[in-house]
Write a protein that binds this ligand. Structure first.
Ligand SMILES: [Zn+2]
Length: 215
């Protein structure tokens, strides 16, 4: 959906790449915790724009709101919001330019999370409720990122990404699973997220090729 190019003139290229890797790792780990399939993480140089394009694509329930449960909508909102949240795990202290960049990313992703609620919530979510839903999803993400095991796995995946241009979903999932045990994932779901509903439905089978990119 998004082209994926982003840059901030006040952030050095090396630090930008570190933030990008943390950001995409945040999306990916949040997806994995919730049982959402990761398709691919990409950190490829965009030669035309002279910038880095970074995306994490995950499997979506379907193309229209009828395919989505309310839990699906909230799960995607959390995945979106986990990107900018993960940037806060960068080496401190951040420069003023970096702080500004992280703030802008957070605002952009908050808007995107709210667009998800509007687009895929259908008539189930009234417009007036959307900001509250986003705030609640952001609190869930904070709760998840307060756990040491999550912080460690996001940082480890970001380091892994640093030396690569892309990592396929199954490899990313295996990597995260080597850092967070099944028991820890269950505990994270209990405490911080709605348990993902069983996905063995015809709707999800029909959406094999549907994916979205988290910039
Ligand atoms: Zn993002």
């Amino acid at each position: 959906m998004d082209s994926g190019a982003r840059k901030c003139n006040n952030v050095s290229k090396a630090n930008q790449r570190r933030l990008d890797c943390l950001h995409e790792a945040g999306h990916a780990v949040m997806a994995w915790i919730q049982g959402v399939t990761i398709i691919e993480i990409r950190l490829v140089p965009d030669h035309e724009a002279g910038e880095l394009a970074a995306t994490t694509s995950t499997k979506l329930p379907g193309p229209t709101w009828e395919h989505w449960s309310l839990d699906d909508v909230i799960a995607q909102m959390r995945i979106v919001l986990a990107g900018p949240r993960a940037e806060q795990l960068g080496p401190a202290p951040m420069s003023a330019g970096e702080r500004e960049f992280v703030k802008q990313e957070r605002n952009k992703h908050l808007l995107k999370a709210m667009q998800y609620a509007k687009q895929f919530g259908g008539s189930r979510i009234q417009d007036a409720l959307i900001p509250r839903l986003a705030a609640s999803a952001e609190r869930d993400v904070d709760e998840v990122f307060n756990r040491t095991v999550v912080v460690q796995s996001v940082r480890a995946l970001a380091s892994e990404l640093l030396g690569r241009e892309s990592i396929l979903g199954p490899d990313a999932e295996a990597f995260i699973a080597s850092k967070i045990t099944e028991q820890q994932r269950n505990a994270l779901q209990e405490c911080c997220v709605t348990k993902p509903r069983a996905r063995a439905t015809s709707a999800s089978a029909a959406s094999e090729t549907q994916s979205d990119e988290h910039q």
